[in-house]
Design a binder for this molecule. Structure first.
Ligand SMILES: Nc1nc2c(ncn2[C@@H]2O[C@H](COP(=O)(O)OP(=O)(O)OP(=O)(O)O)[C@@H](O)[C@H]2O)c(=O)[nH]1
Length: 305
């Protein structure tokens, strides 16, 4: 699904957005993602890593993830939060650290830079609010920051007037692997996790079965809920194959393959969603599912892509 013969490679992936309060992350998200594709709605307070926005272009989809735990722990936020945030930073394709050029040398920035040293994911430094200062000041700040951390890139922008946002978009896409469009292009939903969960499961199936199960395999999240106030995610997923032989491969000897798919998907999802995840996986054979309009609709094929 990632490309057809006459299309270029489609890239998709996850970008962790970090930065202390007030540096302009929300403004930047709105400017990058735009109203139409902004997807977040109500979300339990307990969710530590929210999906903040999804940027879809013709050749890429960037899923921005909030990692609030990276900030200096206040009284309620313990080491656990910081660890969760760090594991998220390790899972994503690139980290965007946003800072504010009107406030150089902020101690909150120094704290986050220290935390970033614990991960190997490339970090793009976004220097926001360049509309509010003179250029030489920005250059001095860039120089000072580069001495503290080997940023993969440094991009001065203004989320407010749009300066350099195109450059930023292009830069981020470079770090994303070839991958599927996780979200329908115009989706506005209460449950964006649904798409992430099904795509992560699908990716594990393809990887672990080493393509013995074809790309046409589909994952349907039949049930998705947060069971209690702790935000634990419970998902019941059905993996549809087209043949009995594929079902056999996917289940494996005494269920070993399916168990492995579940384990790997769960680990990745817990890091991405920032919550404990329970996955219940079932495999069903549905011959010719591609001609079943209701299933096609559920899998998002009403979209143009
Ligand atoms: N001059 C200028 N101001 C900006 C820019 N981006 C954001 N701001 C202002 O900075 C302030 C904070 O912006 P937010 O987008 O709310 O910051 P945030 O990082 O999302 O803050 P939290 O939601 O608390 O994490 C607001 O008053 C914005 O209008 C910019 O590019 N230039």
């Amino acid at each position: 699904m990632t490309k057809t013969e006459n299309e270029t490679t489609f890239r998709s992936g996850f970008v962790a957005l970090v930065g202390r309060p007030n540096v302009g992350k929300s403004t930047l998200m709105n400017a990058l993602v735009g109203q139409k594709i902004a997807i977040m709605s109500h979300r339990p307070q307990t969710t530590r890593n929210q999906i903040r926005g999804v940027l879809t272009t013709d050749d890429a989809q960037v899923v921005f993830i909030d990692t609030p735990g990276i900030h200096k722990p206040k009284h309620r936020l313990g080491e656990f939060m910081v660890e969760t945030a760090e594991s998220t930073l390790k899972e994503v394709d690139v980290v965007c650290w946003v800072c504010d050029v009107t406030e150089p040398n902020h101690s909150g920035d120094a704290y986050i830079i220290e935390r970033l040293k614990a991960v190997e994911t490339p970090v793009v430094c976004i220097l926001n609010k360049v509309d509010a200062v003179e250029k030489p000041g920005v250059l001095v700040m860039m120089d000072a920051l580069l001495k503290q951390y080997p940023f993969a890139e440094m991009i001065p922008v203004s989320a407010k007037d749009g300066t350099q946002l195109d450059v930023l978009k292009k830069a981020l896409v470079k770090y994303l692997p070839e991958g599927p469009q996780y979200y329908p292009r115009d989706m506005v939903t209460d449950h964006p996790e649904q798409f992430i969960i099904s795509e992560v499961i699908r990716e594990k199936v393809l990887r672990l079965t080493q393509e013995e199960v074809p790309h046409s395999v589909m994952v349907d999240i039949e049930q998705l809920e947060r069971r209690d106030t702790s935000g634990v995610v419970y998902a019941h997923a059905i993996i549809y194959t087209e043949r009995d032989s594929q079902k056999g491969i996917l289940i494996g000897k005494r269920g070993a393959m399916l168990k492995k798919v579940g384990q790997m998907a769960r680990q990745e999802l817990e890091a991405l969603l920032g919550n404990k995840v329970y996955l219940e996986l079932w495999v069903k054979v549905k011959k010719d599912w591609r001609n079943d309009p209701s299933l096609l609709h559920r899998f998002g094929f009403h979209e143009e892509r």
